[in-house]
Design a protein around this ligand. Structure first.
Ligand SMILES: C[S@@+](CC[C@H](N)C(=O)[O-])C[C@H]1O[C@@H](n2cnc3c(N)ncnc32)[C@H](O)[C@@H]1O
Length: 236
């Protein structure tokens, strides 16, 4: 059966909502095949819809996790969480956000069962849900602000956690503003010229300068102590 690429004419007119077909998604992911195959390579889709691209990237990453770590449930568990934690989305419409989160969760759960031949423990499931709730956000990718139920910008900037596996079972989380992450990577001069957030709220408040190279790096808004991957929610 052909996939449904349009939900309604109104949604196309209002939000340009036309979902990409599976064939195109796969072809585009093939263009960045090596990154898709790196378990911790981070992907952000700024208008992610219900997650067509993110689901494909996750499928590719989980296939690598299975190949490398599928024989050991502990390894599969933590590396599959790392794969989930590397996937980010912003979407204007809350129903799409909800569908996307549920879809990625189910995809991970199904893969876990197929690989580990058992259901996953509840704590790990909670952690996967928690990661997805922080990584897939309802927001405006143009202004990089969170939005309300009417798709209007709120005063809250989009903030994403950076997750990393620091020791065998411990995940570290650092939160960053999305606008700062993107602006700080702008060339030339690595944001030196930027004064783009409101005047009194200069970007330099959000950057750290490397004393040796002079380069500016995004400064985390918050850093969390490393915590076991099954207890990620406790850090929230
Ligand atoms: C063309 S669809 C693509 C969806 C998905 N990326 C795909 O390829 O299947 C565009 C999506 O962007 C969302 N969107 C529109 N304006 C947006 C904005 N300013 N910020 C975030 N998402 C937006 C729409 O709701 C819609 O789901």
């Amino acid at each position: 059966m052909p996939e449904k690429q349009i939900k309604s004419r109104q949604r196309v007119a209002d939000h340009g909502e036309v979902f990409t077909s599976e064939r195109e998604v796969k072809a585009m992911c093939d263009l960045v095949e090596q990154e898709c195959d790196r378990i911790d390579s981070r992907f952000l889709e700024p208008a992610c819809g219900d997650g067509n691209f993110l689901a494909e990237v996750l499928a590719r990453k989980l296939a690598i996790v299975k190949k490398r770590y599928g024989k050991n449930s502990f390894d599969y568990e933590r590396y599959s969480l790392l794969a989930v934690s590397s996937i980010y989305g912003v979407e204007l419409l809350q129903d799409n956000v909800n569908t996307c989160i549920e879809r990625l969760f189910k995809q991970w759960e199904k893969d876990y069962k197929a690989t580990c031949k058992s259901s996953c423990n509840d704590q790990t499931k909670e952690s996967v849900r928690y990661i997805l709730s922080k990584n897939i956000l309802c927001g405006n990718a143009l202004t990089m602000m969170c939005v309300d139920d009417n798709q209007q910008d709120t005063n809250t900037p989009i903030i994403f956690p950076e997750w990393s596996l620091v020791t065998s079972a411990l995940f570290k989380r650092r939160d960053f503003r999305l606008d700062v992450l993107l602006k700080a990577n702008e060339k030339p001069e690595n944001s030196r010229q930027l004064n783009w957030i409101e005047d009194e709220d200069s970007i330099y408040n959000y950057l750290d300068q490397n004393p040796v190279t002079g380069e500016y790096m995004p400064k985390p808004l918050r850093e969390f102590e490393p915590i076991h991957y099954r207890r990620l929610k406790e850090n929230g």
